[in-house]
Design a protein around this ligand. Structure first.
Ligand code: C5P
Length: 309
């Protein structure tokens, strides 16, 4: 008896984490306007989910629910839609492919946690599996890099060094699991605006390098060392644009965090703490202080985008 072909999945669900930058060193803008980065990413346990289902050929639509859903565009500027279309154009019989995408958000929009990039990465993976395309991990990585600077890391996950404009990623040697308390801001920050202001404040930024003390701290697995080594060149810019973030950072340190920084282009503040009960204590204290919109406990590193059904 001839064996039947494998069933085509009705839908594919991908879970994808947020990232924080443990170090973010930023150079002067390149000829293309992007900034050379030396960064260390860590994927943390705050997840968005992207579900992809078949749609008519050349039909691409997206619906969004959850945290900040009303701020996510539903047109072709949506990174998940752009990802699905790019994948179909480059790796599929474009005329016969379409997708209904549904995004469930927990990662705040415009929070410095690469939520939009995470959605792009998840859509790439979900559609590649849904459409059963013959695309290698390297092929997906190349498309991810075209979509945005943080998208390749969202596929990779873990702890990784990022260079170029952030899109060149290599796993970093890191020991242990770290506990983070994330304080979400009331208002988002536009990444492009933050970089523009960075150029005004630091017109002659030096070529960026990942700090050796941070890499050594990660290798040692000692959260106290890591707490002291956290660094973000964009933090003064985020504080300039949203001065109340200074109060948030100070409050976290006064309540015992081992280290504190603004994540990426902000405004989310990330506090490193010494284990689970310290995370609970700090979360309660920050919530009671009322200095931020919401507080989340997260651990890292966690895996990058993964199929979950
Ligand atoms: O790469 P992505 O589309 O996520 O970047 C968003 C914006 O952030 C860019 O348009 C650019 O203004 C700024 N950016 C930058 N240098 C980087 C990454 C992002 O100037 N390395």
């Amino acid at each position: 008896m001839a064996s039947s072909p494998p069933p085509v999945p009705a839908g594919v669900r991908v879970r994808v984490p947020a990232k924080i930058n443990l170090a973010l060193k930023v150079g002067a803008p390149r000829a293309d306007g992007y900034h050379p980065l030396a960064t260390v990413y860590q994927a943390v346990s705050v997840y968005d989910e992207v579900h992809a289902a078949w749609a008519d050929p050349d039909e691409f639509e997206v619906v969004v629910s959850g945290e900040g859903a009303d701020q996510v565009p539903l047109d072709d500027s949506n990174l998940a839609v752009r990802a699905a279309k790019l994948l179909a154009r480059r790796h599929g019989p474009y005329d016969s492919l379409g997708a209904k995408l549904s995004i469930k958000k927990s990662i705040p929009v415009a929070g410095g946690l690469a939520g939009g990039s995470a959605n792009g990465a998840a859509a790439l993976l979900a559609c590649a599996v849904l459409w059963d395309l013959d695309v290698t991990p390297e092929g997906l990585h190349a498309l991810a890099a075209e979509l945005g600077s943080d998208v390749p890391f969202a596929l990779l996950g873990g702890t990784a060094v990022g260079s170029g404009r952030g899109e060149e990623v290599a796993p970093a040697l890191a020991r242990g699991t770290y506990h983070w308390v994330l304080a979400f801001g009331y208002h988002g920050l536009s990444t492009a605006t933050v970089y523009r202001r960075y150029d005004e404040l630091r017109p002659r930024a030096a070529p960026p390098q990942v700090p050796a003390d941070l890499m050594n701290a990660l290798r040692s697995g000692d959260p106290k060392r890591l707490g002291r080594a956290l660094v973000n060149d964009l933090e003064p810019v985020a504080l300039d644009l949203q001065p109340r973030l200074r109060t948030v950072l100070q409050a976290g340190l006064e309540y015992g965090a081992l280290g504190a920084l603004v994540s990426g282009s902000g405004p989310t503040c990330a506090f490193l703490v010494d284990g689970e009960s310290a995370a609970v204590d700090l979360s309660v204290s920050l919530s009671a202080e009322g200095v931020c919109r919401a507080v989340r406990h997260a651990t890292g590193p966690v895996a990058g985008a993964r199929v979950v059904n």
